[in-house]
Design a protein around this ligand. Structure first.
Ligand code: G3H
Ligand code: 13P
Ligand code: ZN
Length: 319
């Protein structure tokens, strides 16, 4: 069944677990996410970004998720719009049936320029008013995502969510979930070496939870960048530079301090790219023309990864 983010995260908080929120843009990802959830009995969050809309089209994305809901009626599914740049885009998503939206007012509509606190409060409050009237949940963001490695002092403070600002933002907007900046960033190139507490500041979550004990925190940029998939990609013709992600153990630590939604896109990209490269490179597959075999290899790899995340974050067994 389709449920709102708030319903799911309230339940997750009661039971002290977090739910991975996987970005989707094609059918194989949706099926991998659902097969894994069915195998370990986990609720599901699937989210579509602007890039996913450009690739698949909003109608296809939405119907892929609705197909998952129909095929797996016993699994709770949240259909979430990731990083909407404006209240208008949120309104569109709400109208088309999404059960949750992220109003990303940490940046201006260009999605590059850091926005003022007042701008963020203004656009996010507008979305909350609209969304709550429709039973739809809202995720907001305070602080800007970005790597703390080699940062100037001026950038440094923006890249860590300020607890006073967070408290004020939550009070003024009445959001359902708060995305925080703790040193993670989108994509594969998060950290040039395995992250320490200096650049991946899990301790900030502890401070935030003391101030906002009832808030659900969202970690963006939370792919772990699996070293085994990185090696597979490079072994079969890829050329990915040395890089590290957010260790699963650090996310599990964050879950103790109120992290309830964990955004993952890059890890599924890596698993599918690695699996496809490896499959195609096998001599016994050299004459293979049935592309479904190739997609199947990708789907199986993603499924295994999804199940590992459901189990690690504790959502397994809670569908
Ligand atoms: O928000 C970040 C996600 O990884 C989406 O990336 O815009 O390339 O789909 P994308
Ligand atoms: P990753 O690039 O770490 O997978 O992060 C995805 C994300 O935060 C989507 O909003
Ligand atoms: Zn994100």
């Amino acid at each position: 069944a389709l449920i709102s983010l708030r319903q799911l995260l309230d339940y997750a908080a009661e039971h002290s677990f977090a739910v991975p929120a996987f970005n989707i843009s094609n059918m194989e990802q949706v099926q991998a996410i659902m097969q894994a959830a069915a195998a370990c009995d986990s609720p599901v969050i699937m989210q579509g970004s602007a890039g996913a809309n450009r690739y698949a089209g909003e109608v296809f994305l939405r119907h892929l998720i609705l197909a998952a809901v129909e095929q797996y009626p016993h699994i709770p599914v949240v259909m979430h719009r990731d990083h909407a740049p404006s209240p208008d885009i949120c309104a569109q998503a709400i109208q088309s049936g999404f059960s949750s939206v992220m109003m990303d007012g940490s940046l201006l509509e260009d999605m590059k320029t850091p926005a003022s606190f007042d701008y963020n409060v203004e656009v996010t409050s507008r979305v909350v008013n609209m969304a709550h009237a429709c039973g739809v949940s809202v995720e907001g963001e305070i602080g800007c995502l970005g790597s703390l490695e080699n940062q100037q002092d001026s950038d440094h403070s923006r890249l860590l969510t300020d607890p006073d600002e967070a408290v004020e933002f939550v009070e003024q907007t009445q959001i359902d979930a708060l995305a925080v900046a703790i040193g993670t960033s989108h994509g594969a190139y998060k950290f040039s070496k395995p992250p320490t507490g200096e650049v991946l500041v899990i301790s900030r979550l502890k401070t935030l939870q003391q101030r906002l004990p009832n808030m659900h925190f969202v970690m963006h940029g939370s792919s772990s960048v699996p070293q085994d998939w990185l090696q597979v990609i490079n072994e079969y013709g890829g050329n990915i530079a040395e890089t590290y992600g957010v260790p699963v153990a650090e996310i599990v630590e964050g879950i103790k301090y109120g992290v309830r939604k964990v955004n993952i896109d890059t890890d599924l990209r890596m698993a599918s790219t690695g699996a496809i490269r490896r499959f195609i490179a096998q001599p016994e597959n050299a004459a293979e023309l049935d592309a479904r075999k190739i997609y199947q290899a990708a789907r199986d790899a993603m499924r295994t990864l999804c199940q590992a995340r459901y189990e690690a974050f504790g959502s397994a067994g809670h569908a």
